[in-house]
Design a protein around this ligand. Structure first.
Ligand code: NAD
Length: 302
């Protein structure tokens, strides 16, 4: 049986990916240091290699056909507070994985990048050929990871693909971290019958992408021919304001939307949504789960 590796497989997106790969009959090795992930997220049937990707990269890559590299410290505000920690996990960790994968004869490494690399470029939708303008250490580390990914594809036999995720949501997203994402925070507020906390005016837009679509995109990027060295947006392309999102969630909870506004966060961008045409063309992928449907599944999975 062929082995796939999921770094960050105890996290939100990585655990969904590991589950789907197992469902498709692959052998799966999860590599995670549990810095933000949880033991309970590692699916039954997956092999677990516990450790920092910087320390266990060689062991992680051994015998693998595809490495899905999702391990990172995924938070803009956390990276502003602790930039070196972010760099080590996100940028340096990617070099370690690429070098180990090349040495081990892995066919392809698929790396999770982020829409944050676009920064505050006013042009919408965000296209992959736009010049990146990272605003935070997190975005800078993700851009570095992309560039290393591309250089390994150019210089070695290792195939690499980087995917820019936008705002991914779905069951199992952690609401307890001090750096939690907006949907789990809103869901918890609704459950506890408190107003939903909004940074700034709530008119900032995001391209919310259901985790099941992201998992299909990752697997497509692991298998599609002729895409090595490329970077793709992986998102639906539909901008939604934070206030619209809160209203949609309140409707699911059967209540009126109530918001509590807070100061805008440093490093946050005002508007962000993807041009998904390259992903559709080259990966044969569409992120087609409607927001209402994805939110309903997330709400019901509580
Ligand atoms: P997550 O925090 O749930 O998952 C990250 C996982 O990586 C965790 O299990 C964590 O313990 C592990 N990890 C961190 N540093 C590690 C290290 N040095 N060695 C080994 N394991 C380590 O976050 P997520 O939302 O599932 O994000 C997965 C990937 O997608 C990350 O690379 C993130 O930057 C990227 N991403 C996520 C989003 C989103 O909306 N969730 C958006 C853009 C990009």
């Amino acid at each position: 049986m062929t082995l796939d590796v999921v770094t960050g497989g105890a996290g939100f997106i990585g655990s969904h990916l590991a589950e789907e790969l197992l469902r498709r009959g692959r052998r799966v090795r999860v590599v995670d240091d549990f810095s933000t992930g949880r033991r309970a997220n590692v699916p039954a049937g997956a092999e677990l290699l516990e450790g920092d990707v910087n320390a266990v990269a060689a062991e992680a890559a051994r015998g693998a056909e595809v490495v899905y590299h999702l391990a990172a410290l995924p938070s803009v505000p956390r990276s502003v507070e602790r930039p070196l920690e972010c760099h080590r996990a996100t940028a340096r960790g990617t070099i370690e994985i690429l070098a180990a994968a090349e040495k081990a004869g892995v066919r392809r490494v698929v790396v999770a990048s982020s829409s944050s690399v676009y920064g505050d470029t006013p042009t919408l939708p965000k296209r992959e050929d736009m010049p990146p303008r990272p605003l935070s250490p997190y975005a800078a580390a993700k851009l570095a990871a992309e560039l290393y990914t591309r250089s390994w594809a150019a210089l070695t036999r290792l195939e690499t693909v980087a995917l820019r995720f936008f705002n991914v949501y779905g069951p199992r997203q952690d609401p307890d971290s001090p750096y939690a994402a907006v949907i789990p925070i809103f869901l918890r507020s609704l459950r506890e019958k408190r107003p939903m906390p909004v940074n700034g005016d709530g008119l900032q837009t995001r391209d919310f992408t259901y985790v099941g679509d992201v998992v299909r995109g990752l697997i497509a990027a692991g298998t599609a021919p002729g895409v090595s060295g490329r970077v793709y947006n992986l998102a639906g392309g539909r901008p939604v304001t934070i206030l619209e999102l809160g209203r949609a969630l309140a409707k699911l909870a059967g209540t009126e939307a109530a918001f509590e506004h807070r100061p805008a966060r440093a490093g946050d961008v005002k508007a962000s949504h993807a041009d998904g045409s390259a992903m559709r063309r080259d990966l044969g992928m569409s992120t087609d789960t409607p927001l209402e449907e994805g939110l309903r599944r997330t709400w019901e999975a509580r």
